[in-house]
Write a protein that binds this ligand. Structure first.
Ligand code: AKG
Ligand code: FE2
Length: 396
């Protein structure tokens, strides 16, 4: 791709992926109900699940079934079985459902999730938190009163009253209490010291960082889930409805660290999220600006940047930037000091599932919009020409 400014030249926009964050894959290798050759040979494999559950059917008891899926998954899925199968033997139904689930979530992925689960368990068992109060949600300790008031009011007008929107889709606002930032920085430092002392090998936040830590891995997952559900989802529901902002249901939360002996800059990329919250926690630094270059769908991720899409944001401790996950961005070099940011990649499984069946262009992609405008303008020109020719060239 050719980007406008040489400093951002990269071969391709990268898609930053979370490392083993324990989330079931959003893109199954094959949609359920479309069998592989091997599966097609199995009995019932040609039968499709019902789109709507049979509410009158009473599912079997699967409480004795062990494995990755909770018994409730089988009971719920049973209501979707095709009519010819719904009254079959329990074992036949279980076999059929296991086959579907295995195709939706392949063995390799399941093993990865299992290994990650064990990794987390080991940390949770051994790591002693420094600030216990961080592990439960305390809104008035964590957030600034202005932010809390806006969330409590829960109206678009109130959200916008505390924010600036320097370019469409990027919002910045004062969010975190300085004491919360300090405590979180100390907790991360404490965790890293512990990791070092234990000679523990930790997983980094994503494919693009060599430093930093995943907060969900050392006990902060439940608190950060509340953080997303209670304090980000109400906002994203209003500001990002077109990308599932109202149906956020999982997250990947981590810390990135830039400066001397840390990562220096971050390449041009899009996040593996629907909505990203990026908050600077400190400490003191120069540089590290976040540059934005337009929102793009998969088909246009490497298309050119328009002038009006270019924007550089300077981080301020305690301040948040909220943006669309597919808003192309990168971070310039942190030239001195230490910059530590909290990242919350918020995801919507509903949006990801719906996207697979979407045929028309996504309304949120800057390049799709530009192409549409271009087509419309060509169409208007052609109509005008035809009209002029028809009216013998008289001025209109
Ligand atoms: O360094 C930053 O502020 C940006 C981090 C970021 O974009 C990411 O981790 O996805
Ligand atoms: Fe990012």
């Amino acid at each position: 791709m050719a980007l406008d400014a040489p400093v951002e030249r990269r071969d391709e926009v990268q898609i930053a992926m979370g490392n083993g964050n324990g989330v079931a894959p959003s893109q199954p290798s094959r949609p359920a109900g479309r069998p592989t050759a091997a599966a097609a040979a199995a009995p019932y494999a040609d039968r499709r699940l019902r789109l709507n559950p049979n509410a009158d059917h009473k599912p079997e008891d699967y409480s004795d079934v062990r494995g990755e899926y909770a018994p409730a998954v089988y009971s719920a899925l049973e209501r979707h079985l095709p009519p010819s199968l719904i009254d079959a033997d329990r074992d036949v139904k279980l076999h059929f459902m296991r086959d579907i689930l295995a195709r939706y979530w392949p063995q390799g992925e399941r093993n990865k999730v299992q290994r990650h689960r064990e990794y987390r368990q080991r940390i949770l068992h051994l790591y002693k938190p420094l600030h216990e109060e961080l592990y439960n949600m305390h809104p008035s300790v964590f957030f600034l009163p202005t932010f809390l008031e806006a969330v409590r009011s829960n109206t678009e007008e109130c959200f916008r009253s505390i924010m600036t929107e320097p370019i469409p889709g990027v919002y910045s606002f004062a969010m975190l209490q300085p004491t919360f930032c300090e405590m979180l920085l100390e907790e991360v430092e404490n965790f890293e010291k512990w990791v070092h002392a234990m000679k523990f090998k930790i997983m980094r936040p994503n494919t693009m960082n060599k430093y930093g830590a995943v907060l969900d891995d050392f006990g902060l997952e439940a608190m950060l889930n509340q953080f997303m559900e209670q304090f980000i989802a109400p906002i994203s529901k209003v500001l990002y409805p077109e990308v599932g902002g109202g149906t956020l249901d999982s997250h990947h939360a981590f810390i990135v660290e830039y400066g001397k002996d840390r990562d220096v800059e971050l390449g041009f990329h899009v996040d593996d999220s629907e909505v990203t919250l990026n908050v600077c926690l400190g400490k003191q630094f120069f540089g590290g600006e976040l540059y934005f270059r337009g929102i793009r769908c998969e088909n246009h991720v490497n298309s050119e940047t328009q002038h009006e899409e270019m924007y550089d944001y300077t981080h301020i401790p305690g301040w948040a930037v909220l943006h669309h996950g597919r808003h192309r961005h990168g971070a310039r070099a942190t030239s001195s000091g230490l910059r530590i940011n909290l990242l919350l990649w918020c995801r919507s499984s509903v949006f990801r599932e719906m996207k697979k069946y979407q045929k028309d262009f996504p309304s949120w992609c800057g390049e799709c919009q530009r192409e549409k405008r271009e087509r419309q303008s060509q169409c208007v020109k052609a109509t005008k020409m035809a009209f002029l020719r028809g009216s013998g060239g008289a001025a209109i």
